[in-house]
Design a protein around this ligand. Structure first.
Ligand SMILES: Cc1cc2nc3c(=O)[nH]c(=O)nc-3n(C[C@H](O)[C@H](O)[C@H](O)COP(=O)(O)OP(=O)(O)OC[C@H]3O[C@@H](n4cnc5c(N)ncnc54)[C@H](O)[C@@H]3O)c2cc1C
Length: 301
């Protein structure tokens, strides 16, 4: 299928993009980034924007800057740019393990990280990583800007905190393995490599000098319309020894099967069983990486 008619606007600066969105007369103006989600939706006529604002020709917006173990990604930074950035990969095992699951190389070569946040697919690898890594999305409109934490960015199924006249201009987050005694991990289940996952899990574990837990974060996707997070309940695990029994108990915090999305791909019970196994795996892997770095601070980078 071919998409319905639309007006195409090529912009050469973020200012022009904001201006184009501000004068759009209806809700149907959309930013075109990598086009890897928007164009298929238009071809299937599931999306019918009347105007596309193409930001691909704006110079200097493909940046991926690592500074003091914090990274900022511009709106034209492609998944593949991250995958090939050794400074990012060495500082976050969870990103290293997640990004190769995003479609295939051709998709990663075009699709943007910021576009993934804007799209708000609850199964996207960046949705899980964003909540795990406390990402902050910066959005701008004519005459204003704001920063939104990933914890409130994802509102529901393909629904984010992005307003129709806003352009997402960057996403930033800390890289966990930049901190000492810390490890992270990501794992997912999908039917075929490159498919969207049925469920995914990601964790960050930080140990204290004695080898007990000083902080733990766990995020699981595929259960609800937004990524599920352990959130403040994590503080109850502080000071405890990182044993397999503890990871099983922690994974048991997942929502019950009746609260979990059930569809033609998998029942709530199946999704919970997958998520439970994935959660245990990433907690174990993250803790193992943290422990290796505790014993040898130069390890794991
Ligand atoms: C075959 C195939 C397999 C895929 N598999 C996966 C997968 O396994 N996991 C996964 O996560 N993704 C997958 N994708 C999607 C891919 O990751 C996309 O790159 C991503 O979802 C959106 O990025 P994009 O730059 O292509 O955005 P686009 O398609 O250009 O835009 C998507 C939406 O975000 C909005 N948008 C984009 N950028 C901005 C911005 N800067 N400001 C405001 N709004 C913006 C657009 O208006 C649109 O509504 C797959 C795609 C294909 C074609």
């Amino acid at each position: 299928m071919k998409p319905p008619d639309f007006k195409y606007v090529r912009v050469d600066s973020l200012e022009e993009a904001k201006q184009a969105l501000s004068v759009a007369t209806d809700d149907d103006a959309k930013v075109l980034a990598g086009g890897q989600s928007l164009v298929p939706l238009m071809n299937f006529r599931l999306a019918r924007p009347r105007m596309l604002v193409d930001i691909n020709h704006i110079p200097d917006q493909a940046y991926h800057r690592v500074e003091n173990d914090h990274v900022e990604l511009g709106p034209l930074c492609r998944h593949r740019d991250v995958e090939l950035d050794q400074a990012i990969m060495a500082r976050c095992a969870a990103i290293r393990e997640a990004v190769p699951h995003i479609g295939h190389v051709a998709v990663r070569q075009r699709g943007t990280v910021v576009g993934s946040f804007a799209h708000g697919d609850p199964l996207a690898e960046w949705s899980t990583l964003g909540v795990l890594l406390n990402a902050v999305v910066r959005v701008e409109r004519e005459g204003g800007s704001r920063e939104v934490p990933a914890s409130t960015w994802f509102k529901g199924f393909f629904d984010t905190d992005l307003d129709r006249d806003e352009v997402a201009t960057s996403v930033g987050f800390d890289l966990p393995e930049g901190s000492p005694l810390t490890g992270s991990a990501f794992s997912e289940v999908s039917r075929r490599h490159g498919d969207f996952c049925l469920a995914s899990a990601a964790a960050v574990v930080q140990l204290d000098e004695a080898g007990d837990i000083s902080a733990v974060r766990l995020v699981v996707s595929g259960l609800k319309t937004v990524p599920w997070s352990l959130g403040s309940r994590a503080s109850e695990y502080r000071g405890q020894a990182p044993t397999e029994a503890l990871w099983t108990r922690l994974a048991g915090e997942l929502p019950g099967e009746k609260e979990i999305t059930s569809d033609l791909h998998a029942s709530g019970a199946t999704r919970r069983a997958m998520a439970h196994a994935l959660a245990r795996r990433v907690l174990f892997m993250a803790a193992m990486r943290a422990e290796k770095r505790r014993k040898d601070p130069d390890n794991g980078r």
